[in-house]
Design a protein around this ligand. Structure first.
Ligand code: SAH
Length: 359
């Protein structure tokens, strides 16, 4: 089988060339061709000697997932459906803003965590994406979008839990950061987690980038319901893990994501409870208006409710932003990424009645 070079970070490429008795600097040349110039044809890599080009064509390839869907929303948000194998497809979303272009990247086909309000979880889990399938989303986006270096920021906030797939996510992150590849700063690459503590510790030690934590509830009772992995990694331990992460993080705060669910987690009293939680870690809040999907059983909090909730946090001295709703016309908003994953669990058939998740 041919080695897909999109699967290899700088160290991996170094080993690849070493094993073939080639000079180590070939790794740097290949990184440039593949990731900066978006080249996939060895024949066009003009500064490589012809025998090497021929040799590479025999033993290696540069293959990203195949694009099977491409939709653009009115606001410029673009969503790609990417086929990763015979039965699985995942989604990547590009969100243009005047000062930056953010790519939202998937890390798994499906997800095991089954958060109550997320459509990805409803399909169950199929498999981890490989490094080539993860970094391939960035590779494709840069090739498909207009302009020089259109993607300035990456958020691992697509389908899946990145911290449950670190063997493949870490080499992909290293490529995003590598000056010979995408050269993004650690502050412009964000990993979002539902709170997988061992993964937070490993990311901190091996490849610290900006971290977002999907908090969504101010206490364990409600969080156990909304984000079931909380039963394994409860709030107290999670906050301690955040503080350990901050010792090596490129930013001096953790982003706390909080999806606004009407009548579930959006009351004044819950905002006040949240203030007490936020006192335990340096953080900024990102309130996410819930994005509906069929049979979710939840409703989005009203703009007035979200404003009031934010105000309580702000009055306590916390920094709060409310996420603009982007791409919801094409089901590209947070929690709406479903891809096309073979549903083997029938989770989507289960409905969660609202009263069950109320604290
Ligand atoms: N598994 C990771 C990353 C994927 S989700 C995590 O949990 O952080 C990216 C963000 O979108 C998370 O904060 C997630 O909780 C949120 N989200 C999921 N479903 C949503 C929905 N329907 N509406 C709004 N946000 C949602």
């Amino acid at each position: 089988m041919k080695q897909n070079l999109l699967d290899l970070d700088a160290a991996g490429l170094g080993r690849f060339f070493e094993a073939r008795e080639e000079k180590p600097f070939r790794a740097r040349q290949l990184l440039h061709w593949i990731h900066q110039r978006g080249e996939s044809d060895f024949a066009r890599m003009s500064d490589l000697a012809r025998p090497l080009r021929d040799k590479l064509a025999l033993c290696a390839c540069i293959e990203a997932p195949r694009i099977v869907g491409d939709t653009a929303a009115q606001d410029g948000t673009r969503k790609w459906l990417l086929k990763v194998d015979g039965s699985n497809a995942v989604e990547a979303v590009f969100i243009p803003e005047p000062s930056r272009g953010t790519l939202c990247v998937s890390s798994q086909a499906g997800c095991v965590l089954d958060c109550a309000f997320c459509s990805t979880g409803k399909q169950g889990f199929n498999r981890n994406l490989g490094t080539a399938e993860i970094v391939g989303q960035l590779w494709l986006a840069n090739r498909l979008l207009e302009g020089e270096r259109p993607v300035t920021n990456v958020v691992m906030m697509g389908m899946g839990e990145p911290l449950l797939n670190l063997d493949n996510v870490i080499p992909a992150l290293r490529l995003m950061l590598d000056d010979n590849a995408y050269g993004l700063s650690r502050r412009r690459v964000t990993v979002s987690t539902a709170g997988v503590i061992p993964g937070m510790d490993r990311l901190r030690d091996e490849c610290p980038v900006a971290l977002a934590l999907s908090l969504h509830a101010p206490n364990d009772a409600l969080r156990d319901q909304l984000v079931p992995v909380n039963r394994k990694y409860p709030l107290r331990e999670l906050l301690a893990a955040c503080n350990r992460y901050l010792q090596k993080a490129p930013r001096d705060f953790i982003t706390l994501e909080y999806v606004m669910l009407e009548g579930v987690n959006d009351a004044d009293a819950q905002a006040r409870e949240l203030v007490a939680v936020a006192r335990q870690v340096r953080c900024k809040f990102n309130l996410i208006p819930f994005n509906p999907f069929p049979h979710s059983g939840f409703r989005r909090s009203s703009p007035e409710r979200i404003r009031r909730f934010a105000e309580i946090l702000q009055r306590a001295g916390l920094t709060v932003t409310t996420r603009k709703i982007r791409g919801d016309g094409i089901a590209a908003a947070c929690g709406q990424l479903a891809g096309d994953v073979a549903d083997r669990t029938q989770r989507s058939a289960r409905r969660i009645p609202l009263k069950e998740v109320r604290a």
